[in-house]
Structures are given as structure tokens and as C-alpha cells.
Design a binder for this molecule. Structure first.
Ligand code: HEM
Ligand code: MG
Length: 337
């Protein structure tokens, strides 16, 4: 299938989500769900296919429509998803685990099967908010114990709600303190912790989604909305998407604010110690992150492809690189198959 970059959405206004055509329907036993509460929610409402298998274009369209995620960010994430954990020849990725509906690429970039977004590495990684690290527990599905800890941080650092009167507002301070807590927790407990630059950056951006996209058009991001998305994977009652587009730069700005409260650097646990990674030093912070993302993607994507697959890969690499300001013909995938 030839992959095409769709045109950006033209309507980016506030609007009620879901609309009448997208009611919640719980996933069945054969529907794939994974580590992303955003994608899971969109699949539960049919903004993405209910079976959890999506194309590049579908992921972009759904993220813009349901959350008003910026076209640049949505297309870059979708490109990473297809390249890293999907099949770029048939243009499909599982938002959960492996499925026989997505066959391997001809030269088996991802081993015998395309792994799906729940497969560890490249996209899914350590120090998530509501999923454990691989090797320590369930790294795919929502975890009550971590979510309960999240709630204690809302209680300690959150703002007072105008609705309930108590500290149930999930604000910047909550995300700053909870992310810092999760970092320290995994440094102390996960002897195999890997927190490379790409994963660090993605994880702070995901934390930013919680206070930029999840509140929607509401003035208040509270624990009711938090539980709706994380636990129930459904849109809250009477919810509208935000009218402020979540562009790459806007989200990155919030991610930076979360990080700056307690700066941490990329690294990994080696023999019980958090050892910093050597910085790529490509010239800018964002091209450094892109460089590290490329070191995770299989080099076979550029060395072993021809024809339609090669064209698709080149398009996806270009779209992925665009918001980072990186040159997709210079910073190439260098990772193992
Ligand atoms: C986490 C993929 C869009 C919110 C993740 C993870 C993946 C992923 C693979 C797991 C990373 C990890 O924690 O190890 C994607 C892709 C998207 C997308 C390919 C395509 C555009 C969204 C949207 C939202 C969202 C639109 C919210 C509006 C989140 C949050 C997490 C997350 C909050 C962190 C979960 C946690 O740490 O417990 N995403 N996502 N994502 N995603 Fe998405
Ligand atoms: Mg994870």
C-alpha cells in the first residue's frame, strides 16, 4: 500500500467529543489495546479501528479530531509507530501487542512479527506513569498501584478544585513532582532501567499530554478526567477537545517546564548505579533526540528496502524528522533488526 501524508485538519475549533457517531464500546477479547491511554480511548470510541489495528493516516486523523493534537506532532508520532513497531509495506500498526493480522516485513525487520506498540523498546519504554518497567511487571496495561501513587501526588501538590473544593486538580506542579518521583523510584528499583534520550524526551512529552490535551476545553484538569482516560479509557462526560492545538513546539514547551523543576539526564542503571549516556551532540537538543530515535530504528529500513517499501520508509522518515528540524537523509536509522 502506498502511504500518503494527508492534509492537515482544517477545523481545529473546540467541539464536543465524542460526537454521536463515536459512542464508547468496550474492547472485546480480540481487540488490541496497549500502553497509550490516548490511542486506547480513540479505539474504544471508533476514532481508530475498534480492533486496534491502524494505518498512518488513521492515527493522524484521529489524534487531530479527538484531541486537537497538532498535525506536525501527530504525523511524527504516527511515522515512528509504523516504522518502529508496525509494517511500513502494508501500512499498519497494532496499538497493542503482536497480531497475525500484521505480517512481518519481507526481510523481518522486527523479527518474525511486527511487534506492535506494546513491544518494549523504540517507542514503549521505562518510567511510564501508569505502567511498570519491563522486567518489573506489566508494562502494557493500566496499573492500579501506580495510578494510586499518582493520585497521592495530586492530593499533595494539586490545585483546589472549584467543583469539589479539595485538591483534585492535576496541574503542572503535580506532573513535575510525580515524574520526578517515578524517576527516583525506578532508578532505585529497576536494575535494568534504560532511560535513553529518546525515551526521556517522549516520556516528558507524554506527561505534557496529561495537562494539555486531557483537560480538553475545560478550565480544570481534575482527577475525574484523569481516571476517565487512564483507567476507563473513555472520554469524560460532557467533554470537549481543546481549542488550543497541541503542536510539537507547544507540547515540548510544557514538557520542558515539567523537566526543569527536577532536571534529569538520559542514562541507564549499570551495576546498581545510574550512569549517564554520552550526549549525541548533533547541534541542537531536538536533533539530538531525533538521532537517538534513529539509533533505535532498524538500519535495515534503509539498507534492505526497495520499491514501494523503500518509498514508504522514506516518506515516514521525512515526516518523523520534520518537527525535530533534523535532516532525514543525514540522520538515518542505525539500530539492530
Ligand atoms: C504513552 C503511542 C497519541 C497520551 C504512549 C506509549 C505509546 C504511545 C507507544 C507508551 C510509552 C510508554 O509509556 O512506555 C502514541 C502514538 C500516538 C499517541 C503513536 C499517535 C499520535 C497520544 C494522544 C494522547 C496520548 C493523542 C493524549 C491525548 C499518552 C499518555 C501516555 C502515552 C498520557 C503515557 C502513559 C503512561 O505513562 O502511563 N503513547 N500515542 N498519546 N500516550 Fe500516547
Ligand atoms: Mg512504558
Amino acid at each position: 500500500v502506498k502511504i500518503k501524508l494527508p492534509a492537515p485538519a482544517t477545523d481545529t475549533s473546540i467541539k464536543p467529543i465524542p460526537d454521536a457517531d463515536h459512542p464508547f464500546k468496550a474492547p472485546g477479547p480480540n481487540d488490541l489495546r496497549g500502553p497509550c491511554p490516548g490511542l486506547n480511548t480513540m479505539a474504544n470510541h471508533g476514532y481508530l479501528p475498534h480492533n486496534g489495528i491502524a494505518t498512518f493516516e488513521q492515527i493522524i486523523a484521529a489524534s487531530q479530531e479527538a484531541f486537537n493534537m497538532g498535525f506536525d506532532l501527530a504525523s511524527s508520532l504516527a511515522a515512528l509507530a509504523i516504522l518502529g513497531r508496525g509494517n511500513a509495506f502494508i501500512n499498519k500498526v497494532s496499538i497493542g501487542g503482536v497480531t497475525d493480522k500484521i505480517p512481518p516485513l519481507p526481510f523481518q525487520i522486527d523479527g518474525p512479527v511486527a511487534g506492535g506498540l506494546a513491544k518494549h523498546g523504540r517507542f514503549e519504554g521505562d518510567i511510564s506513569e501508569t505502567r511498570h518497567d519491563i522486567g518489573e511487571g506489566d508494562f502494557q496495561n493500566f496499573q492500579d498501584d501506580l495510578y494510586d501513587e499518582f493520585l497521592t501526588y495530586v492530593g499533595r501538590f494539586g490545585g483546589d478544585s472549584t467543583v469539589t473544593g479539595d485538591a483534585s486538580v492535576v496541574n503542572l506542579k503535580v506532573m513535575q513532582e510525580f515524574r520526578w518521583h517515578r524517576f527516583q523510584q525506578e532508578v532505585a528499583s529497576d536494575e535494568n532501567l534504560v532511560y535513553n534520550l529518546a525515551r526521556l524526551s517522549v516520556s516528558y512529552n507524554e506527561a505534557a499530554f496529561v495537562i494539555t490535551l486531557f483537560p480538553g476545553a475545560d478550565a480544570e484538569m481534575n482527577t475525574g478526567i484523569l481516571g476517565s482516560f487512564f483507567r476507563n479509557q473513555t472520554f469524560p462526560p460532557n467533554w470537549s477537545r481543546t481549542g488550543t492545538i497541541g503542536t510539537f513546539d507547544a507540547i515540548l514547551d510544557v514538557a520542558e517546564q515539567i523537566l526543569q523543576a527536577h532536571p534529569v539526564s538520559a542514562g541507564r542503571n549499570i551495576n546498581g548505579q545510574y550512569v549517564l549516556d554520552a550526549p549525541p551532540n548533533t547541534g541542537s537538543a531536538t536533533t539530538d533526540v531525533h538521532f537517538d530515535l534513529m539509533s533505535g530504528l532498524s538500519a535495515s529500513l534503509v539498507t534492505n528496502t526497495t520499491g514501494l517499501l523503500q518509498e514508504n520508509v522514506q516518506l515516514l522518515l521525512k515526516v518523523l524528522a520534520a518537527p525535530f528540524g533534523a535532516d532525514p537523509t543525514k540522520q538515518l536509522p542505525t539500530g539492530s533488526p
